[in-house]
Design a protein around this ligand. Structure first.
Ligand code: SF4
Ligand code: SF4
Length: 461
């Protein structure tokens, strides 16, 4: 950098001009602070004030700037100046806000301000402008792992913003879970009815974008480097491997459905007329392809009644299942109940829930389901059994406090949850000695283990 030249800028805004003699402070900066350029300004952080400073940097050769105004924690964007080191003297919070606004205090306040200006100039004098680390480089390419709706949306928005994107999808096509949905929960006005899943259009936009490279049937087998400079090994099904240099990574690897086989008390696996929400989507897609209504899986009979069991294996306080709320399944059950009501309003569709969680625009969707005749019953299901051609659902009616209320249905849909595909679960890798010594009894009583796979295969953490 060229020879040091200090510029001192004294603000008169925020009451500083009324409480302080800024002309005197300017003299202090010039004589004692050795500032070569000294200016006062009525409102230093506005565009005119900032331009004044920047012009001195560009045209007068100012290399070090001392701003005597407010706290260094305020107006950081305004005083983030190009090509200069910036020191701040806090006359506002540090001086006039701490001293009473009285005639008696005026002299002391002015002396304090002068000291702050001296300190600011001394700080500026000893500052050096960071030169940056010559050993680092920034790669602006973005890797998106996962070709579902989230991954595709991230890829498309990044590409539209001008970045080159590499998208890696482990299966042979884009779309993920969303492609398996007959319809999706509404995401646009008026938020009342299920909408097309939109996957085909999104996938076409991704595949057709010049700034997006898509690898299908591929995984990230190794991720080396560090943020800003990743080296990612992508292994393809064909056995070939490519290495891509990337600056950042978006992990959009989605989820795995909680295994409904862990809920035998709710009839899954015992009768084909109990399905999870993904199973119902499959039935709906198959029925739509044939132009038929959804039929009872056991015998292809008409579905005249359907019951949705909320929080199946979720929000569980026994330690056996998922302790959390997956957040999506209330809206999904409402949507699926509408599949039946829209096809035939005479079908009985009931949702048995403990709490219905449909935040935001989901409230409109929920109200519309009520208008269509979907019944919402506050209760907790304890058992589902096969019964004749359908099912018997036993639940605790939480309004009437009847423990053994029974509902008959041709089809039962379980709202099971999601387990994120989010990487290695460190806790399961670092087993403690105590855990290793668990007795057989304790192991038998242990909660179901959720195995999580590593997705990025990072070589560092
Ligand atoms: S916010 Fe800071 S820089 Fe802006 S007028 Fe007030 S004291 Fe001056
Ligand atoms: S069914 Fe509703 S309340 Fe229960 S876990 Fe799903 S979103 Fe949460």
């Amino acid at each position: 950098m060229s020879e040091q030249k200090i510029g001192a800028y004294i603000c008169q805004g925020c009451g500083l001009g009324e409480r302080l003699d800024t002309a005197e402070l300017a003299k202090v900066a010039q004589k004692e602070g050795k500032a070569a350029v000294v200016r006062e300004h009525e409102f230093l952080c506005n565009s005119a004030g900032v331009q004044l400073i920047q012009a001195d940097i560009d045209n007068e050769g100012v290399t070090h700037v001392m701003v005597a105004a407010c706290s260094r924690r305020a107006k950081t964007q305004a005083f983030n100046l190009d090509k200069a080191a910036v020191a701040r003297a806090n006359l506002r919070e540090g001086v006039i806000w701490t001293q009473p606004d009285t005639d008696e205090a005026r002299e002391l306040t002015q002396e304090m301000a002068a000291d702050y200006v001296r300190m600011g100039c001394a700080e500026a004098k000893n500052m050096t402008l960071p030169g940056g680390n010559p050993n680092t480089a920034h790669n602006k390419r973005i890797l998106v792992v996962g070709g579902g709706v989230s991954g595709m949306t991230a890829a498309l928005e990044s590409a539209k913003a001008g970045y080159h994107v590499v998208l890696v999808e482990k299966s042979g096509q884009l779309g993920g879970w969303a492609a398996k949905l007959h319809k999706r929960v509404p995401f646009a006005e008026p938020f009342r009815d299920p909408q097309d899943n939109g996957v085909a259009a999104l996938a076409a936009a991704v595949e057709g974008h010049a700034n997006i490279t898509v690898y299908l049937n591929a995984i990230t087998s190794k991720t080396d480097g560090s943020p800003g400079k990743f080296s990612v090994e992508i292994s393809q099904e064909s056995g070939s491997t490519v290495t891509e240099e990337m600056g950042s990574i978006i992990q959009a690897t989605g989820f795995t459905l909680y295994d409904a086989n862990k809920l035998p008390e709710l009839g899954y696996g015992k009768t084909p007329n109990v399905v999870d929400q993904a199973g119902l989507e499959k039935l709906a897609q198959e029925a739509a392809a044939k132009g038929e209504p959804i039929r009872r899986p056991s015998d292809g009979g008409d579905v005249k009644s359907v019951v949705f069991v909320q929080c199946a294996g979720q929000r569980d306080d026994t330690g056996k299942h998922l302790p959390y709320c997956s957040g999506f399944c209330c809206n999904t059950s409402i949507k699926q109940a509408m599949y039946f009501k829209d096809a035939n309003p005479d079908i009985d569709a009931a949702v048995i829930y403990t709490d219905l969680r449909v935040p935001g625009n989901g409230e409109d969707f929920y109200r519309n389901a009520q208008d269509k005749g979907v019944i919402f019953t506050k209760g907790k299901v304890s058992a589902v059994e096969g019964s004749g051609n359908g099912c018997k659902v036993t639940f605790h009616d939480l309004i009437l406090n009847d423990q053994n209320t029974v509902a008959e249905a041709d089809l039962v849909v379980l709202a099971t949850g999601q387990v994120p595909n989010s990487g290695v679960d460190i806790d399961t890798l670092v087993a403690t000695d105590a855990e290793e010594e668990k007795s057989e009894e304790a192991e038998a009583a242990a909660p179901e283990e959720i195995k999580v796979v590593s997705v990025l295969n990072l070589t560092y953490r």
